[in-house]
Ligand binder design. Sequence first.
Ligand SMILES: *Cc1c(COP(=O)(O)O)cnc(C)c1O
Length: 454
Amino acid sequence: MQRTKIILEEKDMPQQWYNILPDMPTPMLPPLHPGTKQPIGPEDLAPLFPMELIKQEVSQDRWIDIPDEVQDILKLWRPAPLYRARRLEKLLDTPAKIYFKNEGVSPAGSHKPNTAIAQAYYNKEAGIKKITTETGAGQWGSALSLACNFFGIDCKVYMVKVSYQQKPYRRSMIMTWGAKVVPSPSDETEAGRAILSVNPDSPGSLGIAISEAVEVAAKNEDTKYSLGSVLNHVMLHQTVIGQEAKKQMEIAGDYPDIVIGCCGGGSNFAGLAFPFLKDKFEGKKMRVIAVEPSSCPTLTRGPFAYDFGDTAQTTPLIAMYTLGHTFIPPGIHAGGLRYHGMAPTVSHLLKHKQIEAQAYDQLEVFDAAQMFARAEGFIPAPETSHAIKATIVEALKAKQEGTAKTILFNFSGHGHFDMGAYDAYMANKLENYPLPDEDIQSAIDLIKDYPKAE
Ligand SMILES: *Cc1c(COP(=O)(O)O)cnc(C)c1O
């Protein structure tokens, strides 16, 4: 009997998160205070995050216990199943074995609740009554609303106005779980009012929404801010993915030669890859590939440099691959991959050649998504489809070389709220957005006088 999926029992769920920081082959560069240009301390982050999360952000402990209350909620959908994509293998006529970890089974439909639940828990423990955040297409906003609901915390989501108008169903999800949604820019904050006074019809951007959410948290004692990717503690919380996958691959009697994840801020990639990279640091041979859109090519065309995490320059300066905080990516449908920067951990690993990066165009990504949906049934999110495209490329390469490679990718979320994008694809209305070097260079030029990331 051929096995299609491997399901662990609840008792097999990881009880600790894996922290990659102490295992990094070389030390990472510290975040810098934007004013003093000196490394920041915990007190600089205290207005925005509860102390337990700040401790996790800088912790050198390899393993950090997952609180029981967090595990109890993760059990609603975890352990997540691992699939062998036999039908896709057959369609590609490849000797490669393809596995994927399905994170689309969470209530919000992506990996994001893995960290939302943990973050809401530590805020509740710290006595926080209210959390603010931003959301683009609504994936993070819905995950955090779900999490705050479980812990009785008020949640306010600043949602990029154009998405608020164009993606009404994620907005409805956010509201169903009890959070308030405000189209951003709003007249509730100074940052929002500043934009509206210049352009009352501003469509908004992730950068503006972050500034609004941060401003409200900074000004209110009982309110904190929450970020869905990029930060070390977010990568940490996502490592349940890779730890489960390692157990499941063992049950399958296999081990990946290639580990693949799509990369926006880096969290679902890190969640799957970091526990495997631990083996790589100990001598195991494997390739680990981060996949991004050609139209937001942070890892493949950006410099490794100190830059702000947001457009309004309110965050610390972070050493990372970046396209410059003023870079506005074209309107591809993979909204979760439209970020100018990248997690410092993921950036550091690429800089030191522990991982590699690939970029693909929107149309070839949707070709891959449709092929996958027809072979395996599941309809992937446009973000996830980047990982699928890279998987297909590697599986076809294995066929050419006649090698039976084992490939594992992260199915970061389903595409049920992205059917408008699939409609556009099927009507031949989707475009690629080739990016001239000048467009990237002009945004990068603006950060060239920042401290050097050396
Ligand atoms: C948000 C999102 C991403 C990108 O975010 P990362 O932090 O890079 O993981 C990828 N896939 C899905 C389904 C998402 O919702």
